[in-house]
Design a protein around this ligand. Structure first.
Ligand SMILES: *Cc1c(COP(=O)(O)O)cnc(C)c1O
Length: 634
């Protein structure tokens, strides 16, 4: 419905931000122009704007990381239901048992909720290190679930796993390299426990996408076929071949193409068949992670997307397993997948407010240049005077040429500061006009294509990219970003987003658009009212990879539950780091720092630069700063 006052509709907003494409039934826009979360993937919904207001009323400032518990519940449910449905369709005899790889989001409350929501499906955990196993043991105590131990293992790690086994848990050691096997044999004999052993396979299948290097023959992890045979021989020699129960592979995370998933499972089934023929009991095939998230909603075979649905993923796996294993009458194993990203990505949303903007404006030029102005300045002005749509590219080159010449002269002392400043203004005037001309061009030469985004306005967001969205910086990961309100109004501006670190890398300049990605994000003009944006699908890999760049710490985190009637509960609140917290992470001692400031102030009192009353105010300000949030507070 078009809004009569604004000539814009929420449907148009939905289109430009692509929310229907990437939202996966969890996100939509209300007729009031606010983003709605549908935490159960069905009709019940809550407005993000109302959630943000509720947080502010409770004194929790932006930025806030929201966790919608019910979305996690729904993801686990969908994963298990999709496998169950494929298992029925293809008459598969084994069971599906998912495990959650802890490294994808290790936060205690995430682990606890996975254990809670996964309990009815016996959803297990995957630990890739000793600390992760220690965390897992405290939360995963279901004897029917699997506890998969990947990663390098020392004696302490192995002993813990063996004790877990002794207590009745299905803890499996996945052998990642040949030397680990001896340690497992040795510790099991010493402790008198029969271990469950698995082996990680190096597949020859290699997937496309960001993470292809974690699979394939040249991958760092896993055993090649001849090493797998050595492992079988060694286990047989020591009378432990009956312990070999699992085959594992992990091609990589975010696999965009279903063909790679199919190829990998077929190859693994062949190896599994070989192991059964060798006399190992087996019984479990662990396909690792890789189930991708459609971040840009394009449903395509590209890094930020995937060309398959969850249902297709499950069907492709089960169908290929049935056909490959049945050829040799191999009993169907239980299937494990280690889906991390697809399980937790949808569940978290980063909310922040916009603090400020900087507009890019064309600089005014004087009508005429002084006769005695430097010749190079006259040359630049000449470019301004001849510029048109047909010679834009040539003018672009000329502008750069003259500007560089002027910089050189300035460096050598033959041009003044004023002349150089003036040259800068003319130069940007030319570049801006060329950028505007590109909008009317039928064909935009490649070197001019980036211009409009170079000249985009900047909105400053109250967040740190390095802390909250590290993959945007590290691997150009794309996340959907959009305003969570005012969606009845037309967004009049095209902007890039900068964070508050003042680091030139602390910016977002790739956005999910309707059909393609874009260098700028359409946003609304700022008014006196606070303007809120949400970054979506940030539940996987972002929280612990983040760092303390500029000493901006963890954000506030709030968990929200929504019942079937749409009633909201704020179930958990974690206050973000205080300034004192982050300082102590980098080895400062806040108490000692207070002392030092007190000394400085006392000396100032003694020298009569300040009064004792001033001292009290200074100390209070310093103490308040220490206790406060690291982000911008209104
Ligand atoms: C990282 C990792 C995963 C998780 O992969 P996703 O693509 O997030 O599902 C699973 N298994 C192993 C061994 C991993 O290293």
């Amino acid at each position: 419905m078009e809004n009569k006052d604004t000539g814009w509709s929420v449907e148009q907003s939905a289109e430009i931000y692509g929310i229907g494409n990437w939202g996966a039934d969890y996100f939509s826009i209300s007729q009031e122009g606010e983003v709605l979360v549908h935490p159960h993937g069905n009709g019940v919904s809550v407005s993000l704007r109302k959630i943000a207001d509720g947080l502010l009323d409770r004194g929790l400032g932006m930025p806030v990381l929201l966790r919608m518990s019910d979305i996690l519940d729904s993801r686990i449910k969908k994963l298990h239901e999709s496998f169950a449905s494929a298992i029925t369709t293809f008459e598969y005899h084994g069971k599906y048992r998912g495990v959650y790889p802890i490294k994808v989001n290790q936060q205690q409350q995430v682990l606890e909720e996975i254990a809670e929501f996964g309990a009815r499906y016996h959803h297990g955990l995957e630990a890739g290190s000793k600390p992760e196993l220690i965390a897992a043991l405290a939360y995963m105590q279901d004897p029917e679930a699997y506890l998969i131990c990947n990663g390098y293992k020392d004696a302490e790690f192995v002993d813990l796993g063996l004790y877990a086994r002794k207590m009745g848990l299905q803890c499996v050691f996945v052998v990642e390299n040949p030397s680990e096997l001896e340690l497992i044999i040795d510790r099991s004999n010493t402790l008198g426990v029969r271990p469950m052993i698995g082996v990680r396979l190096k597949l020859s299948t290699q997937a496309s996408g960001h993470w292809n290097h974690s699979g394939g023959e040249r991958s760092v992890f896993g055993l090649n076929p001849s090493q797998v045979c050595d492992l079988v021989d060694r286990l047989r020699d020591v009378g432990m071949l009956d312990c070999l129960q699992l085959l594992h592979y992990h091609v990589g995370s975010q696999i965009p193409n279903i063909r790679d998933i199919r190829d990998a499972v077929v190859e693994a089934c062949r190896v599994y068949t070989g192991l059964v023929h060798e006399g190992a009991p087996m019984g479990i095939l662990d396909l690792g992670g890789g189930l991708a998230v459609d971040y840009d909603g394009s449903h395509a075979d590209s890094a930020a997307s995937r060309n398959y649905s969850l249902e297709e993923y499950c069907a492709a796996i089960i169908e290929n397993m049935v056909s490959t294993l049945d050829e040799n009458d191999i009993p169907h194993p239980n299937i494990v997948t280690e889906s991390g990203r697809a399980t937790v990505a949808y569940y978290s949303i980063l909310l922040f407010n916009i603090l400020d903007e900087s507009r890019f404006e064309i600089s005014e030029l004087p009508k005429e240049l002084d006769e005695d102005a430097h010749e190079l300045l006259h040359n630049l002005i000449a470019v301004v005077n001849v510029l048109n749509i047909r010679n834009a590219q040539e003018c672009y080159h000329d502008a750069f040429y003259y500007r560089d010449e002027i910089h050189q002269r300035f460096k050598h002392g033959s041009m003044t500061l004023r002349e150089r400043a003036f040259a800068g203004e003319i130069f940007w005037h030319i570049v801006t006009r060329i950028a505007m001309l590109t909008k009317e061009m039928e064909y935009v030469p490649e070197e001019l294509q980036k211009l409009p985004s170079m000249l985009a306005d900047i909105y400053y967001g109250n967040f740190s990219l390095f802390q909250s969205l590290p993959d945007v910086w590290a691997i150009d990961q794309l996340f959907p970003v959009m305003p969570i309100h005012r969606l009845k109004e037309k967004p009049e501006r095209e902007v890039v987003l900068a964070d508050i670190t003042c680091d030139c890398d602390g910016k977002i300049d790739q956005f999910v658009g309707q059909y393609t990605t874009s260098d700028t994000l359409p946003l609304h003009n700022l008014t006196n009212e606070e303007y809120y944006l949400g970054v979506f699908l940030v539940g996987a890999y972002q929280e612990t990879l983040g760092d303390l760049h500029n000493l901006l710490g963890d954000t506030n985190v709030v968990t929200i539950q929504v019942d079937q009637d749409g009633h909201m509960r704020y179930t958990r609140e974690l206050e973000g780091d205080s300034v004192a917290d982050v300082l102590s992470y980098v080895e400062y001692d806040p108490k000692r720092m207070m002392q030092r400031i007190r000394q400085l102030a006392e000396e100032a009192v003694r020298a009569e630069r300040i009064t004792p009353k001033d001292r009290r105010m200074i100390m209070e300000a310093y103490e308040d700063g220490m206790r406060g949030y690291t982000y911008f507070e209104r």
